[in-house]
Design a binder for this molecule. Structure first.
Ligand code: ZN
Length: 239
């Protein structure tokens, strides 16, 4: 292949970029991103749990309000009965009123024990909700930390340009004949062009025989020699 020596490095960059692009074609998730995804899923579960815990507290608060309202009604009934008893002289009416007052008192006693139980329960439910909410806060911090770590990791390994753009840019620099020869070779062995380190071809990793090496060395500067083993165009000078 004829190629101006100043473009040998460009050809190698093109070959390398094409190989890297293929190797990275399936986007890999970084461990940092996996940690973010895990923390986000955990946060979502903890938020569900916290909202269920809050709902249980709300239900129990409504239950307490219901008991208190029933209790007020019964106390009114009891008082009305007692007031009526004070003015009633008829024995039969007095027996009915006494019965009403007794029933109200015993219902009130029941409600008071229901209320006590509800207060105990709401105490436990509120503790449970507070715990669930503090778990949400912990997980929110975890998500924030994981995101910061992922961003730091992404900043430490710059993505660089879109490989397609880099490839197009490199191809523009190369003469069309050389580019066609390179692509033909790349179709054949999947490499196209590779670095020659003076002993072996980095395309096929073969240590070349002495004659092959001297042929490569004797190739004119404006030509690119080929690996006698795999046919890759060998770049000998990347300075
Ligand atoms: Zn080779």
């Amino acid at each position: 292949m004829k190629l101006d020596p100043s473009l040998h490095k460009t050809l190698l960059q093109l070959a390398t970029t094409l190989r890297t692009q293929n190797a990275n074609s399936a986007p890999k998730t970084t461990p940092e991103q996996e940690a973010v995804d895990k923390a986000v899923a955990e946060l979502s579960r903890n938020r569900d749990a916290a909202s269920a815990a809050q709902m249980a507290v709300d239900d129990m608060e409504n239950e307490i309000l219901r008991i208190q309202s029933d209790e007020r009604k019964l106390r009114r009934r009891k008082k009305d009965g007692q007031d009526a008893l004070g003015a009633e002289t008829d024995e039969e009416r007095r027996r009915d009123l006494n019965h009403d007052v007794y029933t109200a008192k015993s219902r009130i006693a029941d409600l008071m024990s229901e209320l006590q139980e509800a207060h105990n329960e709401i105490h436990a439910l509120r503790n449970n909700r507070d715990l669930a909410q503090s778990r949400v806060k912990d997980t929110e911090r975890k998500v924030a930390d994981a995101r910061a770590a992922a961003e730091a990791a992404a900043a430490a390994t710059p993505e660089g340009e879109d490989p397609a753009v880099v490839i197009a840019h490199l191809e523009e620099k190369l003469p069309s004949e050389a580019l066609a020869e390179f692509h033909a070779q790349r179709l054949e062995n999947g490499v196209g062009a590779a670095l020659f380190n003076g002993r072996s071809c980095s395309g096929c990793a073969m240590v070349l025989p002495a004659t092959g090496i001297s042929d490569i060395r004797n190739t004119p500067k404006d030509e690119v020699p080929q690996c006698p083993e795999c046919g890759s165009y060998l770049i000998t000078d990347i300075s």
